[in-house]
Design a protein. Structure first.
Length: 262
């Protein structure tokens, strides 16, 4: 439980910080595609005896690079590319899991999270990766913010917009891999999107949104774990459900107080 609490704090901080850009850039569907694509890598790792989370991360990174590359040079819109990669990787994962006897329990853990079984080694590895994502986000933050608000102005100032967008996708892929251990492939989107969306209901200031998004994600992780512990519930589902409850409460209190952006 101590390791799970540490993981919830760390993963919540990373997801909340990056979720600010996910909501700002409207990348929610990209996050869904990357998280589901990671399932194919997890299945490959289990089949070959390699670390499943790292294999899932490699798949997510490969899909992120594919979306970034084909989106720049191809004739298809990004949404269509995400659908292709998402469907292919998810189908591959399901087929590979079907080849392994007794893999259903492993599949359930990666689909819905199994943070209470996290080891000290996994916690260290995920913590290091999370720190690397936060460091990269801090270094690129102002340029990413400029690109998010006005990519043409960013190009005029000489910023490599295409590379910055690819870097954001890579950070998103890494964050998905981190979040899978906490809430699973199917629910990681809750930590990436809902806390940031909740923060947007409370303030239109980007600094306030970033701080609140991170706070809401960490609070949801800790609160969801507490509910799971005391009520004997699924940890991943409890965390995701708490993010939605926070959003619903915020909408009732503040939903009409903040003017809609145009």
């Amino acid at each position: 439980m101590q390791r799970a609490l540490a993981a919830a704090i760390g993963i919540g901080a990373v997801c909340g910080a990056l979720g600010f850009f996910v909501v700002l850039r409207r990348l929610a569907f990209v996050g869904i595609g990357l998280s589901h694509a990671a399932l194919g890598g997890v299945a490959v790792g289990l089949l070959l005896g390699w670390p499943p989370l790292w294999c899932g991360g490699v798949f997510a990174v490969a899909v992120a690079l594919g979306i970034a590359t084909l989106g720049r040079h191809g004739r298809l819109h990004q949404d269509a590319l995400i659908g292709v990669f998402f469907s292919g990787a998810m189908a591959l994962g399901v087929v590979l899991f079907s080849l392994q006897r007794g893999a259903q329990q492993d599949l359930f853990g990666y689909l819905f999270g199994d943070v209470l079984a996290i080891s000290a080694g996994e916690l260290t590895a995920l913590g290091s990766l999370g720190a690397a994502v936060l460091l990269a986000l801090a270094v690129l933050f102002r340029r990413l913010l400029l690109v998010a608000f006005d990519d043409e102005l960013a190009r005029a100032y000489g910023h490599p917009v295409a590379w910055l967008e690819a870097g954001l996708l890579l950070m998103l892929a890494a964050t998905v891999m981190i979040g899978v251990r906490l809430v699973g492939v199917l629910l990681v989107e809750a930590l990436l999107v809902v806390p940031a969306a909740t923060a947007a209901l409370w303030t239109a200031n980007w600094r306030g949104q970033l701080a609140l998004s991170t706070s809401f994600a960490v609070a949801s992780g800790l609160g969801g774990l507490a509910l799971a512990w005391y009520l004997d519930l699924a940890a991943g589902g409890s965390i995701a459900l708490l993010t939605v409850l926070l959003f619903a409460t915020s909408w009732l209190v503040r939903g009409r107080a903040i003017p809609r952006r145009r």
